[in-house]
Design a binder for this molecule. Sequence first.
Ligand SMILES: *Cc1c(COP(=O)(O)O)cnc(C)c1O
Length: 421
Amino acid sequence: MDLQTKAIHVGYEKDSQRTMAVPIYQTTAYEFNDTQHAANLFSLKELGNIYTRLNNPTTDVFEKRFAEVEGGAASIATASGMSAIFYAIVNASEAGDNIICASQLYGGTLTQTTYTLKRLGIETRFFDVHKPEAIEALVDERTKIIFFESLTNPSIDVADIEAITTIANKYGILSVVDNTVATPILCRPFEFGADVIVHSTSKYTTGQGLALGGIMVERHNLVEKLKNNPRYTHFNEPDESYHGLVYTEVPLPPYSLRARLSLLRDLGAVPAPFNSWLFIQGLEHLSLRMQEHSKNALALALFLESHPKVTKVNYPGLKSNANYKNAQKYFDGGASSGLLSFEVSSYEEAAKVVDATKIYSLVVNIGDSKSIITHPASTTHQQLKDDELKACGVSQGLIRISCGLESINDLIADIKQALEA
Ligand SMILES: *Cc1c(COP(=O)(O)O)cnc(C)c1O
């Protein structure tokens, strides 16, 4: 089955009502048939509904569908992208361990790794996403995860996925890829050796800025990498908190099983059933939208490149961009999603352009059908000094756009009048 068909059909079996739309099961808990049935569910002799913190039939359809669209074996939906990232990391690591992260990261991931995980005793070692060869020097026997974004937000770089997963495989370390900006429509990290993929579904999956959510997907046969691997004793030794279950000994995808049975049980942070339903609606047309976001962004980038007031344009789909080669290799037909940025001469000039636009909304989000414009130097990166700004590729005059689905003629005309105002 092709992606587009899976995104519309997988995981939903109609009940006696035969509803075409997936029902929203807005419930906290589920009634057991009798004590034997309850006991079977709790001991995993039977799989079924217990409590919505562990699973929910609407969320279940979303998880099955998203896992298939991403080409994975199973997935765990979460309350936000940040919780999906946290689960993907702490599922394999604990105090005393370390993880290796590309330094080009989403702001929340940067603070989660630098501050919150550090307080929990998990150290993060950073590498430049353009220099994957630097990873090997950072590896030791307590390294549990190599984490990076396929298409980085906000720096808009494209990772050499294969180069990074090759190193992860050499040392038997799990690679975790944040595929939020590229989406499974444009980029297929499992086909290039990734082990686990995470997303913020708050962005392109919902597609209209409707709901916060995240998802963690594991590849097929991940058990091969975990079984008897001394880095991952949690998966090979009995889990005391689940009456001695050994995750690599049961015929279920182990990374998701452990995340569900221990992390969802103990930490929660699951999506509301209604939000899962919104993500199901978003998935149905994700593929059409991603082609259109990419087409609009490329046309806008080409226009900006030709404008005399613009000193630089960053978009991986442009031949002039340092990421062009990786974009051609890793993205479907080179289609590079909706994020682009460009520079004008100064902070004041950038503020003037942003304030003069009429269609673009000044918002710190991406992946909406509505176009979004941001000025990092006055918002997300306001606290940083000039040299720190430079280090993360943000100049005073940098403007970032999440290109929406409006008519490209209107999007270009609006930016043009704002530049020339
Ligand atoms: C937004 C975003 C996140 C965080 O997701 P939330 O759903 O806002 O928690 C993580 N990674 C990337 C690349 C993002 O763009």
